[in-house]
Design a protein around this ligand. Sequence first.
Ligand code: BES
Ligand code: MN
Ligand code: ZN
Length: 491
Amino acid sequence: MKLTVKIQSIEKINSQALIIGLFEKTKTTRSESKVEGLDQSISDMVSVDGFKAGLGEVTRVLRPMGMSARELILVGLGPQEKFDEDAFTRAARAALAATRAESVSVLLSDWCLENKTEEWSVLQLAIAAGTAFEPLTEENRKLLEKRHVNIIVRQKGIALTQTAEIGQAIASAINRAKVWGNLPANICTPSYLADEAKKLASVKGVTVKIHDEKAARKIGMNAFLAVAQGSREAPRFIELHYSGAGKNESPVCLVGKAITLDAGGLCLKPSAHITEMKFDMAGGAAVLAVFEAIAKEKWPINLVALIPACENLPDGAAYKPSDVIKTLSGKTVEITNTDAEGRLILADALTYASRFEPQAIIDVATLTGAVQVALGSDISGLFVNDPVLCDMVETAADVAHDPVWALPFGGRRFKELIKSNVADCVNTGPRGVGGSCVAATFLSQFVDDETPWAHLDVAATAYKSGKDAHSTGRPVALLMMLLHQMASVAE
Ligand code: BES
Ligand code: MN
Ligand code: ZN
């Protein structure tokens, strides 16, 4: 996608399509530059089509009068008094997905939210423009790649152009994560992800290390290997470094769960649930996509990305309920449920992360079904041990329009639930009892209290289930904004 930000009058727009937003009832634009023919085209359309300008409602006028654009796309913004951030992105996506034109101008000056800066709107529009089609089919991905989106603003400035560039980088990272996430488990294997990671070795400042089973054993990643041992698919522990800042600056460490198929292991899942567990590598895909985008965009930050990748299958060699495993940290875990595998591979990855003395660790995982019970399907679960980092993540989530909600973990009451008689802890608490908080409590044992750490449980947000199941690319936008904020602070 090519993106430009301009001040332009409507007559001069020569894109194939022009998008204009209209509020319900008034059905008028806020356009200061009244154009002959525009109002007529709109009122014709409104009467012919019964267009009510409800939120996300779209109608097209072909060959509008007085304009060089071939298509005029009217998108409903809903009632003006209810127009908010959600409405903004919904309308933007609906309009941009309603046309297959290769060049599209958006009259943004009409839709800016009163309580948000024009920058916020440009960022959101750039992200929406790059990700408008969902599910992301190969055909739509190609159209997005070719498309030129021109954003028409009120005030031009270098800041808006830079914001648009960030939005564009975010959108393409989201699409990368979506493509990986949507791949079936026989293609997107641990080795496949490792090969995708290896491709980044040619990017300036990047080094790639792929640890195979033997290497992981030598390091002592026994929890990771226990999960992998029931599968014929070779496990890969992916380690990526990017140095974009000074040598003395400690890195931010990203950790992403990449179970390329989670059948549950010997505690086998019901078959209806297994198909969608190809998405159980979404955390790893998000981390890889964000790492790639930041390294290619040369952001001034040091990054480490760790992606433990394997399958969780039942087999004669699979790890078993009652097994006691010695993790990389030295702590032992009694396996009470082989389907709680994500926390095991993350335990070793979090311990490994501490070796880089990171300024912060952020892990991303489709960790618990319970997070959907707690927060629904629009909000990711946030667990964070540091108030400053909490604030940064919440701010980034708000700017990126990628919502999170902080939940409790740790402390005596949650720790009580994972006590074991034969090991330092068990890997699952009692059924139906604060599942997401218990999982985060388990993870917290592998991070020291002094390191700012955030855990994002994206089990309910990283993909949409059902007949049309597809990856959403979340929380790529949030991570990108967070790291952008961290990179700017350090500068
Ligand atoms: N990958 C699943 C979590 C999940 C469930 C993601 C549903 C998306 C949708 C995870 O490995 C898992 O199986 N968790 C168990 C934990 C339980 C055994 C304590 C769960 O949530 O049921
Ligand atoms: Mn599982
Ligand atoms: Zn899983």
